[in-house]
Design a protein around this ligand. Sequence first.
Ligand SMILES: C=CC1=C(C)c2cc3[nH]c(cc4nc(cc5[nH]c(cc1n2)c(C)c5CCC(=O)O)C(CCC(=O)O)=C4C)c(C)c3C=C
Ligand SMILES: [Fe+2]
Ligand SMILES: [Fe+2]
Length: 344
Amino acid sequence: MQDSAAAKPTSHPPVKHGKVGVLLVNLGTPDGTDYTSMRRYLKEFLTDKRVIEWPKIAWYPILFGIVLNTRPGKVGKAYEMIWNKDKNESYLRTYTRSQAELMAASLAEHSNVIVDWAMRYGQPSIASRMEALQKQGCERILLFPLYPQYAAATTATVNDKAFEFLLKQRWQPALRTVPPYHDDPAYIDALAVSIEKHLATLDWEPERVLTSFHGIPQSYFDKGDPYYCQCQKTARLLRERLGWSKEKLVVTFQSRFGPEEWLQPYTDKTVEKLAQEGIKRIAVLNPGFVSDCLETLEEIAEQAAESFLHNGGEKFAHIPCLNDSREGMAVLETVVRRELSGWV
Ligand SMILES: C=CC1=C(C)c2cc3[nH]c(cc4nc(cc5[nH]c(cc1n2)c(C)c5CCC(=O)O)C(CCC(=O)O)=C4C)c(C)c3C=C
Ligand SMILES: [Fe+2]
Ligand SMILES: [Fe+2]
C-alpha cells in the first residue's frame, strides 16, 4: 500500500488559475486577397456542414470541381476593393481586434478578466485563443459569437468549434455561450441612434430605409432555424423605437449563394424594384453584421448603390455597421456584463 502511494506524483505540473476569459468570435476572413489565401479561406468556410447542409456526396464534386477553382479569383478581387491597406487585413479583422481591445479597457475594473478575439474561419482560430486563455489561467470562458440574430450557420458553428476544443482537454474550463441579443433594448437603441446620426449628416431624407440582413437558404428556416423571426423582431422593435411605418423601414435579405431559394425579399431585387418604381432616395443598413465586411462594404455600399443609381435612383446612403463606435461598444459591453454575472 505504502509503496504504491509513494510512487504517485506528489503534484501535477504548475498551472495558472483564477481568471475569467471573454472570447469575441466573428465569422472570419482570408489572410490575403491572393488566390491561395482566398481558396484556403473559402475551403474552410464551405466545407462547414453548418453552412452548406447538402450531403458531401452531392456538394464536394461541385465545391472542389467548380467553386474552389473559380470563386477565389472573383471574390479576391472584391476583397481587394475593401481591403484595409494600412493594416493589410480586412476590416472585419480590424474591427474585431479593436472591439476586443476596447472591451478589455472597459472591463479593466475586473483584474481577473482577460479579453481576446478569434475567427471561426481563418486566423486566429478559436482553438488557438481558447488554449491561450487557458494557459493564462482562465478556468471559465465566456464565448461570444458576434451575431445579434442566432443562425445555425453562424452562432452554432462557433459554439461547435469551442466545444470541439474542449473535447480534447483533460482539464476543461467552464464554458458559457452568449445567447442572441436581437431584441436587447441596448442593441435596438444603438441601431436607432446610429441611423439618426448618419441621416443627420445627409442633406437629403431617404424615402425608404432598408434593413438588409444576410440571408440563409429558405430550407434552413423550414427546418426550424429561428434566424428569420429574430431578424423580423429586430426590425419591428427598431421601427417602434424610431416611430416609422412598415413602408419606411423595409426588411430584406442579401448575399444569396447557390441555386436554392433563400429568405426573401432579396436586397438586390428590392433595390432595383424601388428605383424602377420611382423611389429616388434610399438608405441601407446591415443590423445583423456587428462589423463592416465584404458583404456590407462591397455588396451594399458599392454594388447595391450602383444598381440603384443605374435603375433611376438618385441618392443612396450606406449606414455603417456599429463596428467599434461608442454605441456599438455599449451594446457588446451590456451583453458581456450581463452574461458574466456570477463569474466576476
Ligand atoms: C450557403 C452559404 C452561406 C450561408 C448559409 C451564410 C450565412 C451567413 N453568413 C453571414 C455572415 C457573413 N458571410 C460572409 C461572407 C460569405 N458568406 C458566404 C456563404 C454563406 N453565408 C460566403 C461564400 C462568403 C465569402 C464571400 C463570398 O464568397 O461571397 C461575411 C464576410 C466575411 C468577410 O471577411 O468580410 C460575413 C460577415 C451570416 C450572418 C450568415 C447567416 C445568418
Ligand atoms: Fe455569409
Ligand atoms: Fe456576398
